[in-house]
Design a protein around this ligand. Structure first.
Ligand SMILES: NC(=O)c1ccc[n+]([C@@H]2O[C@H](COP(=O)([O-])OP(=O)(O)OC[C@H]3O[C@@H](n4cnc5c(N)ncnc54)[C@H](OP(=O)(O)O)[C@@H]3O)[C@@H](O)[C@H]2O)c1
Length: 305
């Protein structure tokens, strides 16, 4: 496993994060296997949100900590808030109330990272800053970040914060990486040249902000995995070839492609299966060559100008 220094506390977190969006229906035995096998493979980072399973995903962890309190301190726990009632909400009071709910469901007195889930068009940076300061002072949250934000939204928010943004969680995979497409197609007139995020990846690199890739295997917006999909024959053929070369799985090569990007990359997996988490951990031992990285990019249907 590889680790990065995360946020102002310089926590040592795994570059593979176990995403918890799909674990709401796990029973206690399955949840224990999910967490303990992750730890065994070196994965210490767990990504929650208050809305996953309507709060049930967090409750699964909460029940586990009730039974085994010492487990809590082995994990770096991240959760998110700001989506409710058909809107996005960075109001100070709402953020404070959300964190109390998160802590209650997770059955813990603090989380290690809080992300604002989706940008609120009506956000007031100073109001968010005050809420974050209160959460920090009370010890309820140790670091702060965002999700699905572009560079200028991050800069605007940062202007009201006393602490640096630690992470931005973005949808990213070999087949869904518009930020990379735009970087490769600067000043061209094709669709791929459309800069949708104002250079967010480059901004995160400059500011040493962790880039957390969500849905690393999905086609489109939760369109199913591209692995073995008839929509991506060339990509699957090449993934298979490299998987054989590196004696690993296609999943691991797909994750290694993201981890090859020279930012503070993290891959937030969505699998519920311990054996697949093991493959994800394997990905961190693979350093794709530049040539392989570009070949995979092209096999996913992308073109170089
Ligand atoms: N910030 C945001 O806005 C946002 C949005 C969405 C998600 N997220 C985070 O990102 C995490 C990952 O998202 P995701 O779940 O969409 O990620 P994903 O890893 O792309 O998809 C996971 C799904 O793919 C399946 N899968 C995994 N490996 C497979 C394989 N080799 N063959 C076939 N199916 C396979 C999994 O099934 P099995 O369980 O059977 O393996 C699961 O149903 C979430 O848990 C959440 O923490 C964040």
């Amino acid at each position: 496993m590889k680790y990065i220094e995360f946020g102002p506390n310089k926590d040592k977190v795994s570059v593979i994060g176990a995403g918890c969006m799909r674990i709401a229906r796990m029973n206690q035995t399955q949840a224990e296997a999910f967490v303990k096998s992750s730890l065994e493979y070196g994965i210490n980072f767990f990504d929650h949100a208050d809305i996953y399973g309507g709060g049930e995903s967090e409750r699964v962890f909460g029940r586990l900590f009730a039974e085994q309190p010492s487990l809590r301190d082995s994990l770096f726990l991240q959760s998110k808030c700001a989506i409710h009632d058909g809107m996005y909400d960075f109001s100070g009071d709402y953020i404070l109330k959300s964190v109390d709910g998160i802590l209650e469901r997770l059955n813990t007195d603090h989380i290690d990272s809080l992300l604002l889930h989706r940008p609120d068009a009506l956000m007031e940076p100073e109001e968010v800053g005050e809420a974050f300061d209160q959460l920090k002072a009370s010890g309820k949250v140790r670091s702060f970040g965002v999700s699905n934000e572009n560079r200028f939204q991050m800069e605007l928010l940062q202007s009201g914060l006393s602490e640096s943004i630690a992470a931005n969680q973005l949808q990213m995979s070999i087949v869904h990486c518009p930020t990379i497409d735009a970087g490769i197609n600067v000043n061209m007139t094709n669709e791929a040249a459309t800069m949708r995020d104002g250079g967010t990846l480059e901004y995160c690199r400059l500011k040493k902000i962790a880039v957390q890739c969500w849905s690393p295997l999905q086609m489109g917006f939760f369109g199913g995995v591209f692995l073995d999909s008839p929509d991506y024959p060339e990509l699957n053929e090449l993934l298979e070839q490299y998987a054989a070369e590196y004696e690993t799985s296609k999943d691991a090569i797909a994750y290694a492609w993201l981890l090859r990007i020279p930012a503070k990359m993290q891959v937030i997996t969505g699998t519920t299966k311990p054996e697949r988490l093991k493959e994800a951990a394997r990905a961190t031992e693979i350093a794709l060559t530049k040539k392989q990285w570009y070949e995979l990019y092209k096999a996913a249907g992308k073109q170089l100008p």
